[in-house]
Ligand binder design. Sequence first.
Ligand SMILES: [Zn+2]
Length: 123
Amino acid sequence: MKRQQAVLQGSECSTCGAVGFPASEHCARCATPTAQPRELSREGTVWTYTVQQFAPKSPPYVPPPEGFSPFAVGFVELPEGIRISAILDCEDFTDLTGAHAVLVATEPVPRFAVKPHTEEVNG
Ligand SMILES: [Zn+2]
């Protein structure tokens, strides 16, 4: 089954070049209404994160069918120099800062799959 790749839509200022997310006509840096839509990089690194240990207020949080389980949330820094608030999919919650993150979903919130720091060689 082929799925369409998730891509975050941001914007880039045609005056100063600043990239913003979410997309806006107004540049967050120079405040001119000259930003144009653009797709953001799908990979970045975890800038900082925390672990959500209890179910957030619902709505807006929608618990999964199997019930709440702790998950990591944080900021992923993209090569464009911006940080995206996102859910971080990972197998264990230790030492994610600086880890490689790949976008896997954009709705209802950005979600990145996070790989461990070091590539482990199995076998
Ligand atoms: Zn600007």
